[in-house]
Design a protein around this ligand. Sequence first.
Ligand code: KIV
Ligand code: ZN
Length: 512
Amino acid sequence: MNPEHLIIFDTTLRDGEQSPGASMTREEKVRIARQLEKMRVDVIEAGFPAASEGDFEAVRAVANAVRNSTVCGLARALERDIDRAGEALRSASSSRIHTFIATSAIHMEKKLRMSPEQVIEQAVKAVQWARRYTDDVEFSPEDAGRSDPDFLCRVLEAVINAGARTLNIPDTVGYSLPDQFGALIRTLRERIPNADKAIFSVHCHNDLGLAVANSISAVLNGARQVECTINGLGERAGNAALEEVVMAVRTRADVFGCTTRIDATQIVPASRLVASITGFAVQPNKAIVGINAFAHESGIHQDGVLKHRETYEIMRAEEVGWSANKMVLGKHSGRNAFRTRLTELGIELASEEAVNAAFVRFKTLADKKHEIFDQDLHALVSDENFDGVPEAYKLVSLKVCSETGEIPRACVVVTVHGEEKSACAEGSGPVDATFKAMEQLAESQTELVLYSVNSITTGTDAQGEVTVRLTKAGRIVNGQGADTDIVVASAIAYLDALNALHLTFERAHPQI
Ligand code: KIV
Ligand code: ZN
């Protein structure tokens, strides 16, 4: 018997973006969406169009850019949300509207203040309304993991009759256990009379570290769509990690009656792209995409792998897109070589000006660092301002004095809305002094909640990739910067975060 198709529904751009501090610009979302399309993801949930003007525009941009994956927009079970989603998705070659309403007693009573009958009525109306825009309508009973299964059966039967093609069962708060969650999927499939008219999907959160286990258990019990995110990004502790679900199904094909159409060699590039855009570094021991995922440290393991790889390896690193840290370009490389390598890496810059600007940065970097690796190129283009929106703050120059026994001091020159300004400050270290000097100029009154430095490649000439997370009045923004001088990288990242604060829109939260 041919294995059935398991639909991979990626929600990095929607639920993933709900990770505090992971907000992305429209252009960043388009870049990630293109990578997801290249990876052959079936459905890309691009955002929640009713949440803000920014979300609406981002979903519209993704719908325009993607041709080979279905593009989905989230909507509460409200006509105005669904209209916004329908409008944002108008130019998609294949579109889906995902509408949801909570079905657990606690959510219905305390949050929605609605009776179960009212919830069923609103769910049915929402699905019917969404069908005005597309035949591909997905319905989610939010907090299904804590909902009464009898009630779930009633709601789901009604929305199938109303035209829902996919029934997504979310474990919204990550409370379920694998056996229990698998049994819930089986029960729903067996008890809902018209269950065969819809595909069962799952959407698991990772509060107990069980999101992937719960998703896998659901697949073993007949779910044929998994909602997941790159690197397991998502609300609170995140969602099921796409790379883990895909590789579990592929590596253990002996136990699954289904396969995905994912091009696994695109997994590591996708993981890198999402990590660099969001600033959420991947932990070294993270399955599949962590830097140590295929590293054998102990002598016994190394010996075994050298004698026969399969003694300790169940997957091949190349299968998921790990390639040698190969040197690709240097200071003698020309514009053509640079452009060709970007294309090979799946990086498309928006305009000729963006390519030129990136090339200038590449040449500057190549003067400081002889070997330019793929990771350097990814970082380099992440620093490009793809939006074409003029940046409020730009670094002109930075001078830092740091000496044993002396207080570190930094002097910065920054353009603020085109006007050059300078300031000097002392700090507990060179980075602290730099940030203090910049804050004197920006007067942003933001709070620094995260500062991290990662080495992009190996060696002391490697670029440091810095992430800065700032918060102000409940809004959280990230900034990134990369340079061989980590103080300069820090300054760039700080200004990048300040620029993001200018660009981000207030957005509603889908679960409110
Ligand atoms: O976790 C959740 O319940 C969701 C829904 C909107 C599907 O993200
Ligand atoms: Zn969710």
